[in-house]
Ligand binder design. Structure first.
Ligand SMILES: Nc1nc2c(ncn2[C@@H]2O[C@H](COP(=O)(O)OP(=O)(O)O)[C@@H](O)[C@H]2O)c(=O)[nH]1
Ligand SMILES: [Mg+2]
Length: 334
């Protein structure tokens, strides 16, 4: 039986094998990915990002446990951890290991850690491949955990339907820690470690930054307390990220978080944003591949020596970078 057929039949060993091949970008994995691609497009892709130590991995464990144990539909869950310090790769504290053991005997859960070697674009591309494999293999919820460090947040948001941004109290100056940029990609804001002192400060800082990012909230402030998405005056096509508090180590707030994730999925489907995000994701994947292919083709046709000479010319101010590129491209066609 072919590798892809085994994967479609739910064979975990076959799945693990293709995941490894795809992670190494092995040439033989391309045909298998292509065979599986028609079976993708069913999973709910959930991105989880935030600074190291905020409790992302703990939260992801809890989410997976909830989907498997408390959710009546017992969805199959895959976890892709793009995090060198992830407990999934070892270095887990005891509590995490105990919880992971709960998950590891479960055939409906598959956890995969990604090495973070290589360029950012490369990581995003490989993550996209792993996600596609899980999607085809029938995993209905795919959670992608990445460390919030600049560009990777944006990349994960591009990969996901729903992006959770995780904050925690006590990570230094709250205002510093909570950047407006990260809020733009957040569909749901999670303040984890709500058992820790300073949670009120974090929440206040988060809500005021959120207010700047979504001025519409001010309207609802007039009605007294906090705005809610179901407020009658709210534009139903607009999603305002809820702020939720959790204690991942105790499983607190997970049911509300799962409810918010489901609500966001409904919102995406009703507003047409689900399809829009799929289009953006696949479009950006194609663009990355196209860039790679064009660069490969270019370097195949231009000798390194010629290329270096051109760099020298630019360095000596003989020609501009633009002229150099035009010349290289034209030379390419001759
Ligand atoms: N007090 C407290 N500790 C937590 C909570 N969630 C996670 N932790 C701990 O914080 C540390 C980092 O958690 P981890 O999930 O690895 O964070 P990550 O780096 O964001 O993936 C671990 O020691 C966890 O046990 C929480 O809600 N409260
Ligand atoms: Mg982690």
């Amino acid at each position: 039986m072919s590798l892809t057929q085994s994967i479609l039949d739910g064979n975990r060993l076959a799945l693990a094998r293709l995941l490894t091949q795809a992670e190494n970008d092995a040439p033989e994995s391309r045909a298998d990915l292509a065979e599986l691609f028609p079976y993708t497009g069913k999973a709910h892709l959930i991105g989880v990002t935030g600074a190291p130590g905020t409790g992302k991995s703990s939260l992801v464990n809890q989410l997976a446990l909830f989907y498997r144990k408390n959710d009546p539909s017992r969805k199959k869950v895959a976890i892709v951890a793009v995090d060198p310090s992830s407990p999934f790769t070892g270095g887990a504290v005891l509590g995490d290991r105990v919880r992971m053991r709960d998950l590891s005997g479960d055939e409906g859960v598959f956890i995969r850690s990604m090495a973070t070697r290589g360029s950012l674009g490369g990581i995003a591309q490989k993550t996209a491949s792993l996600v596609q494999i899980f999607d085809a293999a029938g995993y209905e919820v795919i959670i992608i955990e990445t460390v919030g460090a600049g560009q990777s947040e944006v990349d994960v948001a591009r990969l996901a339907h729903t992006t959770l941004v995780v904050e925690a109290p006590g990570l230094g100056d709250e205002i510093q820690a909570i950047k407006a940029g990260i809020l733009e990609i957040a569909d749901i804001l999670v303040i984890n470690k709500a058992d820790r002192p300073g949670v009120e400060n974090t929440e206040r800082a988060l809500r005021s930054t959120l207010e700047l990012a979504h001025p519409v909230k001010r309207v609802f402030r007039h009605h007294g307390k906090d705005m809610s998405i179901s407020a009658p005056t709210a534009d139903p096509t607009m999603w305002i990220p809820p702020v939720l508090k959790t204690v991942a180590t105790e499983g607190k707030g997970i049911d509300e978080l799962v409810a918010a994730i489901a609500k966001h999925a409904d919102h995406l489907r009703q507003s047409g944003d689900w399809a829009a995000r799929d289009r953006a994701r696949l479009g950006s994947e194609m663009e990355t591949l196209l860039q790679e292919a064009l660069m490969d083709r270019f370097h195949e046709n231009v000798q390194p020596q010629k290329y270096n000479e051109m760099v020298e010319k630019v360095l000596n101010r003989n020609i501009s970078p633009h002229e150099a590129v035009t010349s290289l491209l034209n030379g390419n066609q001759e």
